[in-house]
Design a protein around this ligand. Sequence first.
Ligand SMILES: CC(C)=CCC/C(C)=C/CC/C(C)=C/CC/C(C)=C/[C@@H]1[C@@H](COP(=O)(O)OP(=O)(O)O)[C@]1(C)CC/C=C(\C)CC/C=C(\C)CCC=C(C)C
Ligand SMILES: Nc1ncnc2c1ncn2[C@@H]1O[C@H](COP(=O)(O)OP(=O)(O)OP(=O)(O)O)[C@@H](O)[C@H]1O
Ligand SMILES: [Mn+2]
Length: 274
Amino acid sequence: MMFVSVAGTQLMTPERRKAVWAIYVWCRRTDELVDGPNSSYITPKALDRWEKRLEDLFEGRPYDMYDAALSDTASKFPIDIQPFRDMIEGMRLDLWKSRYRTFDELYLYCYYVAGTVGLMTVPVMGIAPDSKASAESVYNAALALGIANQLTNILRDVGEDSRRGRIYLPLDELAQAGLTEEDIFRGKVTDKWRRFMKGQIQRARLFFDEAEKGVMHLDSASRWPVLASLWLYRQILDAIEANDYNNFTKRAYVGKAKKFLSLPAAYARAALSP
Ligand SMILES: CC(C)=CCC/C(C)=C/CC/C(C)=C/CC/C(C)=C/[C@@H]1[C@@H](COP(=O)(O)OP(=O)(O)O)[C@]1(C)CC/C=C(\C)CC/C=C(\C)CCC=C(C)C
Ligand SMILES: Nc1ncnc2c1ncn2[C@@H]1O[C@H](COP(=O)(O)OP(=O)(O)OP(=O)(O)O)[C@@H](O)[C@H]1O
Ligand SMILES: [Mn+2]
């Protein structure tokens, strides 16, 4: 993500680049609260305080320099506070919830922690002035990119998450595939698992496809970094397949060469009209 964000923002205007960074840093810090070294001290109260701080910075009262960067962004771009609040809500959910019964439940979690990022960044990226697409359809695509990224993140990290006692997979679909929670904890790649994973990967790809349709309607300077990050992240799904669906003990990884090839390819594609 770091790599994509750095490489990804190079061609944006300096103002936009700073704004995306400010949003990125805020997201990272929010995630660190529940995932970082101090996570065991984080209570819902602490998240309430973090939300208060968010409200203050949106009203021009930042607490520290990183908050100030986001205050500045909020004063320059028409960003809405709601997706930021929603991301904090996702972190609240993560404090107690470790199972998802249906895809609807999982989708909501993905919206909170990742779909929100799409909604936060569109006002900064900008919609192309000559685009005929409605703002709504661009926001939907941005939302889809966040969901796709999070689903991919989840599919890559099944083993890692299970060792923390967490299963971010729809339990009803797991049961339909003839699998149980025990199978996840045991972590053995079976035909049942492969079949289940194929379905999950297919669904994540649908969200990437949905997102891809919206990229060309972004302001031209913002297109290629978004497209590059989309392609890069989508390749993680290919890597899971290449690992024969062993996401229990192997981390799907996109090699440096492939990573760098995505950049000029995305740049070239983004330069073409829709
Ligand atoms: C029209 C159209 C397609 C517009 C594009 C809109 C756009 C730029 C969408 C970005 C979507 C995006 C990058 C979502 C991030 C999803 C994500 C991976 C979220 C992670 C959550 C927590 O998950 P978990 O704890 O399971 O993961 P870890 O094990 O901790 O890794 C997050 C970590 C939440 C925090 C999110 C971030 C730090 C990412 C923020 C990124 C930006 C603001 C930069 C986006 C800019 C570009 C150029 C891609
Ligand atoms: N090549 C990749 N393959 C799969 N996931 C990746 C890759 N690069 C980054 N990620 C994702 O981004 C997260 C944060 O990694 P980070 O942003 O630090 O990337 P990185 O490895 O530092 O990239 P680089 O070193 O090229 O800048 C990782 O945990 C992973 O989710
Ligand atoms: Mn995290």
